[in-house]
Write a protein that binds this ligand. Structure first.
Ligand code: COA
Length: 333
């Protein structure tokens, strides 16, 4: 990383998952699948579904949880960045809706669209704003209502996804040993043909035909994505470790995007990291796209499993393709 004025450190966390649960037996009733297949092929047991409202509900509730736990006034927030591929609408940005819901009167904000890497891209962006010295309190939220774009007749994909929101607060510190140390982030648009939602944008505006052709739901060639996801996430995490002279012993936790337990295991194996040092909650929530990584951070922190000074590698792979890894030293007691 280039010279920077401050380091950007996580000083607060918050999360929201809806109450409604779809466990694997629900999918046994609606498509040709089984609890056993889903558990062994993906690691997922259940996921949460938001029944009313859009992604701004998930994002707002996660931010409110954070503000409450920090006893922070919304007016102290400088910037709100929401990572999502399921915004409430094209515009205004979900970040604006969250700003209004919170009453964050002095904030500006915007959305980041990078699918499952959305949180990492938004986190890097938020940290850069803080490192420059220009902003003191940046809220980065990963939130997706995947149930709004899932085709519940497609057994290949409907079992994978859930809805959630999770947030971190980033603030400056003079202690260069804490906070974000380094990131390697990438995108490659040649992946556009295996994971996408084609309808609704300027290339394919909504018509009766686009609806009939199921262009407003997610499509994924799971097998093709699986192969590149394993390689992409494992290689970039390994490269980041090498670049920062980190051995697997130095790392307290790998915090991987939760798309499939087998992808997570393959990444950990490549890094020489044992299962106990891998954050996993895919069994409870499925793939919540931009929310998976912050959701892991919140749960593990609140369970007392992360301590100040712990070295974490955050890693993701998603549509685009987008992928990356970040080396973060935890800064909260
Ligand atoms: N229940 C039962 N069988 C299913 C099924 C389901 N829900 N979904 C697919 N199958 C079937 C397939 O039709 C296929 O049957 P066939 O051999 O008769 O054609 C068989 O199971 C194996 O399919 P395959 O695609 O090889 O399974 P897989 O082991 O690759 O697992 C995924 C499928 C989707 C779980 C996996 O490919 C995956 O996780 N992909 C990556 C997802 C991801 O990381 N996305 C990243 C960003 S969101």
């Amino acid at each position: 990383m280039k010279d920077k004025r401050y380091n950007a450190v996580v000083t607060g966390v918050g999360m929201y998952v809806p109450e409604r649960i779809y466990d694997n037996s629900y999918f046994e009733k609606i498509v040709d699948t089984s609890d056993e297949w889903i558990r062994t092929r993906t690691g997922i047991r259940e996921r949460r579904i938001l029944e009313n409202g859009g992604t701004s509900v998930l994002a707002t509730k996660a931010a409110e949880d954070l503000l409450k736990s920090k006893n922070l006034s919304p007016e102290e927030i400088d910037v709100i960045i929401v990572a999502t591929v399921t915004p409430d609408m094209f515009f205004p940005a979900t970040a604006c809706l969250v700003q209004d819901n919170l009453g964050a009167k002095k904030a500006w904000g915007f959305d980041v669209s990078a699918a499952c890497s959305g949180f990492l891209f938004a986190f890097q962006t938020g940290c850069s704003l803080v490192e420059s010295g220009n902003y003191k309190k940046v809220l980065v939220i990963g939130a997706d209502k995947m149930s709004s774009i899932v085709d519940y007749t497609d057994r290949n994909n409907c079992i994978l996804f859930g809805d959630a929101g999770a947030a971190v607060l980033i603030e400056p510190t003079d202690d260069k040993k804490l906070g974000l140390q380094d990131s390697l982030l990438r995108c490659d648009g040649s992946g556009k043909d295996v994971l996408y939602m084609k309808g609704g944008g300027s290339a394919n505006p909504p018509t009766h035909e686009t609806v009939d052709q199921k262009m407003h739901v997610l499509f994924q060639d799971g097998k093709a994505v699986f192969k590149v996801a394993v390689k992409g996430m494992a290689d970039i995490s390994y490269d980041l470790m090498k670049k920062n002279n980190l051995s697997s012993d130095d790392i307290a936790y790998l915090v991987p995007h939760q798309a499939n337990l087998r992808i997570i295991d393959a990444t950990a194996e490549r890094m020489g990291i044992t299962r106990e040092k891998v954050m996993i909650n895919i069994d409870k929530y499925g793939n919540t796209t931009a929310a998976t990584i912050p959701l892991c951070l919140v749960e593990y922190y609140r369970d007392g499993k992360i301590r100040k000074g712990d070295k974490l590698i955050l890693a993701s792979f998603g549509a685009g393709f987008t992928w990356g890894a970040s080396f973060l030293v935890w800064g909260m007691d």
